[in-house]
Design a protein around this ligand. Structure first.
Ligand SMILES: [Zn+2]
Length: 430
């Protein structure tokens, strides 16, 4: 272990370079300097102390590099490596699951669980999120949305000093009231047990020790992981591993394989294309698929229940057709809704046309519209032998008792010369 750097040793080092100290060994120099050092005041010792401190920092920096936020570079790098490994592992597992279904000629009945959370707040460093709403949906291509489990969550309190952030987040997204006035389940342990039971019931695997797999959007992956960690920390259940996988990668792989089964060319399919389709959430503003709270507050778009249902509809929309599966409303599509608007009756339209408001759809106009036949504007209808059609061939000559010569007409008057008027109209006028 290298000797600890301190101000006294820095002084000894300097002193050995003086005439008095030259030729002394280190122990001798230390013994002599001890007395001198003890008689020095803080001001005299200052430069030596600060030099020792600088040397200490430089040495530590040489040993291990730090990031600008004070983390060891080696730690950050190993975390990044681990994340890349996990991502690769996840992709392999998703491909394995899909291939397994395909190999059994039963891909349309392969089941997947989609999961989403809304949250109140999050920790800055550890990636733990306080959950506000949970929803999970069991899906297969053949049956569409099979079942949905969802619950509002009241964690009792939010993290200290985060209420402002939490309020801003809630107002701009899910609009759920903040704890302690939050709605829904208050017993986190019980909620976690219920969620695990639901997920366990959805799994096709016979082995109860297999990890539970849920799929969520790339954007929500840290949220879902963070909320599960929050709930798990409050629960007595052990040995339950919930893996959170990327639904967008599943969408890509599944679509590719479905097209292959259907003997369609899948060469045009890539992750960017399927991601664009997935993010373009066509059912975003559909009502009737959210929880009651979000339905009542018109925030269906952010409802976790609605989100997992919409994912099921997007998957169905892009895959049922390839496999000739007839989409069923409520399963593959949003359920049929009763109209909340009034359709203006045909009688009213008839009234409009017969009223004084005739400029757009008067009976004559409607009649003419039906009779309309396009004219060929490229064909030239004039007669080459008629002087009127070709003023340059003599048509500029004034006719008796008519307008003055054309040259006078060119004084930017409102009167148009003949060659400016279509030949058809001209002949009628003439
Ligand atoms: Zn909701």
């Amino acid at each position: 272990m290298p000797p600890k750097k301190n101000g006294f040793m820095a002084f000894v080092q300097d002193w050995r370079n003086t005439a008095e100290g030259r030729g002394l060994t280190l122990p001798q120099a230390v013994a002599r300097c001890g007395g001198i050092w003890s008689n020095m005041n803080a001001q005299q010792r200052g430069p030596y102390n600060s030099r020792a401190k600088d040397a200490e920092i430089a040495e530590r920096g040489a040993r291990e590099r730090m990031t600008s936020t004070g983390q060891l570079v080696s730690t950050v790098e190993s975390q990044q490596r681990e994340a890349v490994q996990q991502n690769t592992q996840m992709k392999c597992n998703i491909e394995r699951i899909v291939m397994k279904g395909k190999a059994q000629y039963d891909l349309e009945n392969s089941k997947f669980v989609f999961a989403a959370f809304n949250y109140f707040d999050k920790t800055k460093k550890d990636g733990i999120y306080t959950p506000a709403e949970f929803a999970a949906c069991l899906f297969s291509i053949k049956s569409g949305k099979i079942s949905v489990y969802s619950s509002l969550i009241n964690p009792g309190q939010i993290m200290f000093g985060q209420s402002n952030d939490a309020k801003l987040h809630a107002d701009s997204t899910h609009y759920l009231p903040l704890p302690p006035k939050a709605l829904g389940e208050t017993d986190m342990g019980k909620l976690y047990i219920n969620i695990v039971q639901y997920l366990r019931g959805c799994q096709v695997s016979d082995n109860p020790n297999d990890p539970l797999i849920v799929f969520t959007s790339t954007e929500l992956m840290p949220v879902v992981k963070g909320c599960f960690r929050y709930l798990a920390s409050d629960s007595d259940i052990e040995d339950t591993e919930i893996l959170v996988y990327d639904i967008q990668y599943l969408f890509y792989i599944l679509k590719k394989e479905v097209m292959e089964i259907a003997d369609l060319k899948s060469t045009g399919i890539n992750k960017s294309v399927t991601d664009a389709v997935f993010i373009n959430d066509y059912y975003e503003y559909n009502s009737g698929i959210s929880c009651q709270y979000h339905e009542d507050n018109d925030r269906c778009r952010y409802c976790a229940h609605s989100l997992v249902s919409r994912w099921a509809f997007i998957f169905s929309d892009y895959m049922c057709g390839d496999l000739a599966i007839k989409p069923i409303p409520g399963k593959h599509l949003p359920p049929k809704e009763e109209r909340k608007f009034q359709v203006i009756s045909d009688q009213r339209e008839a009234d409009i046309t017969s009223s004084s408001f005739v400029s757009c759809e008067s009976p004559e106009r409607l009649e003419n519209k039906n009779k309309y036949s396009p004219t060929d504007s490229t064909a030239f209808a004039a007669c080459i032998n008629k002087e009127d059609d070709f003023p340059t061939l003599g048509g500029r000559k004034p006719k008796p008792n008519q307008r003055p010569p054309l040259s006078n007409n060119f004084r930017a008057t409102s009167q148009k010369s003949d060659w400016n008027i279509p030949s058809t109209r001209r002949s009628a006028k003439d």
